[in-house]
Design a protein around this ligand. Structure first.
Ligand code: ZN
Length: 219
């Protein structure tokens, strides 16, 4: 008799557990619980569940201008929205960052998704990121994606990258590539104290930036 390493008593169940536990943050015990739960659902629901994931993975598109996800190649919710402020481009690492910033309701400009940050340790150089796309975007190059009518114009480039060495390196690299363009202005997120942080435990960089970027209190 074949020895089942994880003792799931079914190779079908084992395969499903393998698939679900391949997701980040999902261990095998949790995956097993999800799989057994699926057995209690109507088959149509499980078909829909599987189909929606396959459709998402197979059909998702990326905006050729900003790299945001979209249902159609040219249907970007941001680049196509004429009500958004086109003089601001917020540079972020991932789609998740766009969703987080949008959830604040504080920003109404455009985005540019890099697809990561420069990280020599992980073998990620500038060429692996969509930095060239950003450079041609703000240069108004007519390369089939951008037409001269888009840019250049007075534009604020907002670096919203993580506040670690890799994020800072990436922002500085992009800044050096673009700094000679007089129509560009560069800003970065104010690095404040997290809500509930104790001043006593804040590092001096965080606290220094919090003081430098202080904002009016009240009203
Ligand atoms: Zn876009």
């Amino acid at each position: 008799m074949e020895l089942r390493q994880n003792n799931y008593y079914s190779s079908l169940l084992e395969e499903a557990v393998n698939s679900i536990s391949s997701l980040p943050g999902v261990g095998r015990k949790t995956a097993l619980r999800h799989c057994l739960h699926l057995l209690r659902l109507p088959k149509e629901n499980v078909d829909h569940f599987a189909q929606s994931i396959a459709d998402y993975r197979n059909n998702i598109c990326f905006c050729p201008k900003c790299n945001m996800i979209a249902d159609e190649p040219l249907s970007c919710s941001f680049c196509n929205d004429i009500s958004r402020d086109r003089t601001k481009i917020c540079v972020v690492e991932s789609v998740r960052d766009v969703i987080s910033i949008e959830a604040t309701g504080q920003y109404h400009g455009l985005y540019h998704i890099l697809g990561g940050v420069i990280s020599p340790i992980n073998g990620i150089g500038p060429g692996e990121l969509s930095i060239d796309l950003l450079v041609s975007r703000v240069s108004g190059e007519d390369n089939g994606v951008f037409s001269g009518e888009d840019l250049p114009q007075e534009t604020e480039i907002i670096f919203a990258l993580s506040s670690d060495v890799e994020g800072e390196t990436t922002a500085f690299y992009i800044y050096r590539r673009l700094e000679d363009r007089p129509y560009l202005k560069f800003t970065t997120l104010a690095r404040g104290l997290g809500f509930g942080d104790d001043l006593e435990y804040a590092d001096e960089i965080t606290l220094g930036r919090s003081i430098a970027a202080r904002c009016p209190f009240g009203k």
